[in-house]
Design a protein around this ligand. Structure first.
Ligand SMILES: [Zn+2]
Length: 296
């Protein structure tokens, strides 16, 4: 089954905020938020999380899948509003939070998103600010969430070098950010912005897990048999997209900008509500073409 709404996914697991830019909530004794979406949706995440948890309960952890603006955008807002919230992420995310240029880019992309989608999300001005990462997570780490619930950390680099997935054994759920691509209009868009080699290895690692619920970074949650088919399809789509970039680069004598323009014209649809904005689409596309051109 493919789910696209906010609300309950299964026992204890919820989608908060907006399905396109979701934060997930594991409502265990020690509740966990996964990802913090974009800054502008911060108040909606907070409201939904409060509703799902009920009064007197508060999230203990916020785990970030990677350092892109649309996955850590509301982290400072949530940290400020939820006393004692501990932020967990890859050590590289902590470095990104200390780099003025990276922080400025995350801030600018969040501001841009808020302006482009003002009609959908409202016009409250929520800034992005860097935060300290309290828990530096790595492969195999496990968080005890109470009552026999655990979250296991799985390093899945390739989309970014700091991409992490989080696996919840009790419900066989994996929260993967963009490590498994983006599912959109019945097709899978690969997202190997830092390394094709790592991205394929990460997909194979995810495909080897026993997954009943696959929570993608945007729009969709797959359940049951659809998860296996999706991950297999994601590997195939990734191989095909790399080949397409190679063909374009060949055709244009290695000209990366002509390759960017060709793929942009083929694949960017300006008419979809809450489609990734053009600036970040281009950032990702240029990164993927660079990865292929340089054999990373
Ligand atoms: Zn991303």
């Amino acid at each position: 089954m493919i789910l696209e709404q906010t609300g309950k996914i299964c026992d204890r697991l919820y989608v908060a905020g907006h399905n396109v830019m979701p934060a997930f909530l594991l409502a265990t004794d020690r509740p966990v938020i996964f990802d913090a979406g974009v800054a502008a949706i911060g108040p909606r995440y907070l409201k939904d999380i409060g509703t799902y948890l009920g009064s007197g309960r508060s999230p203990e952890y916020l785990l970030i899948t990677h350092s892109h603006y649309d996955h850590c955008g509301a982290v400072s807002f949530l940290k400020e509003k939820i006393p004692g919230l501990r932020i967990g992420a890859n050590a590289h995310v902590a470095k990104v939070m200390r780099k003025p240029n990276a922080v400025e880019l995350i801030r600018a992309l969040n501001r841009n998103f808020a302006e482009v989608f003002r009609d959908v999300i409202g016009d409250e001005d929520i800034p992005f600010n860097p935060v300290e990462i309290d828990l530096l997570l790595k492969e195999g780490d496990e968080l005890d969430c109470g009552g026999g619930w655990k979250v296991r950390v799985i390093e899945t680099p390739g989309h970014t070098r700091d991409s992490m997935s989080y696996y919840i054994p009790k419900i066989k759920a994996a929260i993967v950010g963009e490590a498994a691509g983006v599912f959109h209009n019945e097709s899978i868009n690969p997202q190997f912005s830092s390394s094709y080699i790592d991205y394929i290895a990460s997909l194979e690692k995810l495909a080897s897990l026993d997954i009943d619920i696959l929570a993608l970074g945007h729009r969709h949650i797959l359940t049951g048999g659809d998860t296996v088919g999706y991950l297999k399809g994601s590997i195939e789509a990734t191989v095909a997209f790399k080949r397409h970039i190679e063909d374009c680069l060949d055709r244009f004598g290695g000209d990366r900008e002509k390759t960017v323009q060709t793929i942009l014209d083929e694949s960017y649809d300006r008419n979809i509500v809450m489609q990734q904005d053009l600036q970040s689409f281009l950032l990702n596309l240029r990164a993927q073409i660079k990865v292929v051109a340089e054999g990373k």
